[in-house]
Design a protein around this ligand. Structure first.
Ligand SMILES: [Zn+2]
Length: 421
């Protein structure tokens, strides 16, 4: 490869560090919450042409670091442009009224799935605009759903549920795109405080947070969301159509590996069963899955807490459930459901008829964002693993929804989980 005059080699990292903390006039300012894509303008967070950038951070959430690794290792040209041929969404979502409200959606780009369409001119003009949302179709095959078919609770209809027991879904992957003024408003802090703390607590990872007040959009290096839709996605926005929905936070141990200390997978698969049944009744089902492992504390903290719970004097009791998390993490929970309803507004949802969640924090965030919630569907007792009784008793005593009795202090002391064996 031939070096350029400045010593850089095309496709390889530049030998010079290019600081991005000095303002340059972006090709497009992002007019967050504008009613149309043309007025809003594209979010440009790619690195191929730094003069085009109008956002802080880059694409793919935490995977942006792997992209950097690929460039550093010489496996990926930093000038690579995505070929978006045939990548268009299988189902067009929106636009909905909420997309034009700068307060309704602050943590994702509502136009993120449509960039190849709505910003076709800018793309043809050489601007490197990447989708932050992708929508596709799949069949999902879960042993719990096959069992529901075998036991007669669900019946394949060839539409929502095929004969193999696989559910037909539309699914969307969503990267985080934060509008910093809106995120600050959600958390009741000033934008400057939010920017400064994000800068400091990531070890100074994004200097533009504090030097570039003109850049209001930040693509944070965190996990995103995936939504699974059962039935016609367009029905989600129709409040007259029965919507069964669960908002689920990632729990790798239970969701994927079947760990029995919590209720995550049983509740997830129960929600999927409810979503399928609802879609078969003519409604629509939705599971919105957020990458917020271990209450967004991460799996290392989560496993430390498990040990602390199970080794404490008196064993793993429900009355100490939250205290042990707080001892290790400093807080009980970092999921902060304030941003969660954004995905529901992206889908145009105004009413959830059946919310498959017992969490008061999720319920409060959803209803507080203006979405009406009808019935709340609890996790049936028979689906709670024995060792997870500690968690569910602690949570219902702390305000989680339950149609049954709320455990008192004596019961919380007597709900004891397995020890470390
Ligand atoms: Zn779990």
């Amino acid at each position: 490869m031939t070096a350029r005059a400045d010593g850089s080699v095309p496709g390889r990292p530049s030998p010079h560090i290019r600081l991005t903390s000095h303002p340059v006039t972006a090709v497009h300012a992002v007019n967050w919450g504008a009613a149309t894509a043309a007025e809003r303008g594209p979010v440009i967070a790619t690195t191929s042409n730094r003069l085009h950038r109008n956002a802080i951070g880059t694409h793919s959430g935490s995977y942006s670091v792997y992209r950097a690794l690929a460039v550093a290792a010489g496996a990926l040209s930093r000038e690579h442009r995505a070929d978006l041929t045939n990548t268009a969404p299988t189902d067009v979502v929106g636009p909905y009224a909420q997309w034009g409200d700068p307060q309704a959606i602050v943590s994702l780009d509502p136009w993120g799935a449509a960039v190849a369409d709505v910003f076709a001119t800018e793309l043809a003009d050489g601007q490197d605009i990447r989708p932050t949302i992708a929508v596709t179709k799949a069949h999902v095959l879960l042993p719990e759903i096959i069992e529901a078919v075998q036991k007669g609770r669900l019946r394949p209809d060839g539409r929502v549920l095929v004969d193999s027991g696989a559910a037909v879904v539309t699914k969307a992957a969503i990267e985080p795109v934060w509008h910093l003024p809106g995120v600050a408003a959600r958390f009741g802090c000033s934008e400057s405080d939010l920017r400064r703390v994000l800068f400091e607590e990531t070890g100074g990872m994004y200097p533009e947070l504090v030097t570039r007040g003109d850049l209001e959009v930040f693509l944070p290096p965190i996990g995103g969301q995936t939504v699974y839709i059962f039935g016609d996605p367009h029905k989600l926005a129709d409040p007259a159509v029965e919507l069964t929905a669960r908002v689920h936070d990632e729990c790798n141990g239970s969701d994927v590996f079947g760990s029995d200390i919590c209720t995550c997978r049983p509740y997830l698969t129960h929600a999927i069963e409810e979503c399928i049944a609802g879609a078969q009744r003519g409604g629509v089902g939705l599971v919105a899955y957020s990458r917020k492992e271990g209450r967004a504390l991460g799996e290392v903290t989560k496993f430390l807490v498990y040990n602390a719970r199970k080794r404490q004097v008196g064993g793993d009791t429900a009355d100490q459930y939250f205290a042990r998390t707080e001892c290790v993490a400093g807080v009980q929970d970092m999921r902060f459901q304030e941003l969660m309803p954004d995905v529901l507004h992206w889908l145009g949802i105004t009413k959830i008829h059946r919310l498959v969640s017992m969490s008061n924090m999720k319920y409060d965030a959803i209803t507080g964002s203006g979405i009406e919630v009808g019935e709340r569907v609890n996790l049936p007792d028979e689906l709670i693993p024995a060792d997870a009784r500690v968690e569910i008793d602690a949570k219902t005593a702390a305000g989680y929804f339950t149609p049954g009795p709320i455990p008192d202090a004596d019961q919380l002391r007597s709900t004891v989980g397995r020890d470390l064996r």
